[in-house]
Each structure stands twice: as structure tokens, then as C-alpha cells.
Design a protein around this ligand. Structure first.
Ligand SMILES: Cc1cc2nc3c(=O)[nH]c(=O)nc-3n(C[C@H](O)[C@H](O)[C@H](O)COP(=O)(O)O)c2cc1C
Length: 190
């Protein structure tokens, strides 16, 4: 794996529900990153990866992928200078499709600079803690700051997929920018 010449960072939207907010929030994060000099940020929808649920016959850690979708995902992560994961908290954890996408690979994650941004009524700190543990097992280079975006209770109860990140998370925009800057700095040291 070689990331020396990688010039983009993936922004992985962590949820796949029809009424999800992760894509809108991931797009906002990528837009914020646009103001930072460094690699381009590219939003990735887990649904577009077309990964089956645990559809590889073998363990990722042993290599030998059989599915074209896994190979494409592997190449995508390998080529990226870093990954930003934007994910909601689901029942104190994180969405199953995100775990499925992570577990489809293994070696590709090693030393990959990764930033985790969560959201939930209290920012999704329990989700962040679980991801920290799992990504530690994949030996990523995890950014210390893990911004937790506070999603208003009214938004959650409306469950209509609506979100205006620039307004809803205005108070945390600076924190997100700082975390993105740290990620970009980490990619240049890769
Ligand atoms: C299955 C499920 C579990 C949830 N669990 C939590 C939770 O533990 N904490 C929280 O703050 N919000 C929780 N929520 C509310 C989410 O923060 C909110 O619905 C958010 O928009 C979900 O992200 P998504 O729209 O991208 O799917 C949960 C939502 C769903 C669908």
C-alpha cells in the first residue's frame, strides 16, 4: 500500500436509512474542508459501495477478496490519503452498515489517518467511543479530536431527513474545522 501520492480524503457517510442525515452532514463537512489547503475531500455513500452483508467467504485480514465490490472498496481506501467518518449514534453504538464496510477490509486501514465525526442528541460520544476501540484494532492513525455534533431533539423527533448543518451545528463549526486541519496535517506526515 502506498499513500505517498494520494491527493484526496474520503468522507464516509455512516448511515443508509431512507431518511438519513449523514449524507447532508458529510457534504457539509467536505465543504468545510474545501477551505483548508491540502487534499480534496470526496464524499462516499456506503450504499454506492454495493457491499453485501458479510459477503466475502474469507477473512479480510488474510486477503484474497472474491467480490469486485470489495476490491473496489479496497482500492478506494488504499488510494486515499485519509478517511473522515461521519456517523450518527445508533442505540449507543454506530450503524451496522458502517461496521460492515469497515470489516470488509483490514490491511488497508493500517496507519490510515482517520477522523471520526459523530452526531446525536448529545453529540454521539458513545458511538465515538465504540469506533475508537474498533479502529484501534485496525491500527488506524486516529485523530485525537472527535467532534460530536449536537442534533436538536426536535430534529430527531421529526425524523424527516432534514438538517441544515451550517445552522444546526454553527456553534461547532470551528471545532470541526480544527479537527479537519489536524487530519490534513496527519495526511502530510503519512
Ligand atoms: C436506530 C436508531 C437509533 C438511535 N439511537 C440514538 C442514540 O443512541 N442516541 C442519539 O442521540 N440518537 C439516536 N438516534 C437518533 C439519531 O441521532 C437521529 O435519528 C439521526 O438523524 C440518525 O442519523 P441518520 O439520520 O443519518 O440515520 C437513533 C436513531 C435511530 C434510527
Amino acid at each position: 500500500m502506498c499513500i505517498m501520492h494520494a491527493n484526496h480524503v474520503l468522507v464516509l457517510a455512516g448511515s443508509v436509512r431512507p431518511a438519513r442525515r449523514s449524507l447532508a452532514i458529510a457534504n457539509w463537512v467536505a465543504g468545510m474542508a474545501g477551505g483548508i489547503s491540502g487534499p480534496a475531500f470526496r464524499v462516499v455513500d456506503i450504499l454506492d459501495l454495493g457491499l453485501g452483508l458479510g459477503d466475502e467467504p474469507g477473512m479480510a485480514a488474510l486477503g484474497g477478496y472474491t467480490r469486485p465490490t470489495t476490491c473496489a472498496w479496497s482500492e478506494m481506501v488504499t488510494a486515499a490519503a485519509g478517511v473522515t467518518i461521519v456517523t450518527p449514534q445508533y442505540n449507543w453504538g454506530y450503524p451496522a452498515p458502517l461496521k460492515n464496510a469497515i470489516d470488509h477490509l483490514y490491511h488497508e486501514w493500517r496507519d490510515k489517518p482517520v477522523l471520526v465525526i459523530t452526531y446525536g442528541s448529545r453529540g454521539g460520544d458513545k458511538c465515538a467511543a465504540q469506533l475508537k476501540q474498533v479502529l484501534g484494532g485496525m491500527h488506524v492513525r486516529l485523530c485525537e479530536a472527535m467532534p460530536g455534533l449536537m442534533l436538536a431533539r426536535a430534529r430527531i423527533e421529526a425524523d424527516d431527513g432534514q438538517v441544515e448543518p451550517a445552522i444546526d451545528f454553527a456553534a461547532q463549526a470551528g471545532e470541526v474545522t480544527e479537527a479537519l486541519e489536524a487530519l490534513v496535517a496527519s495526511t502530510s506526515g503519512a
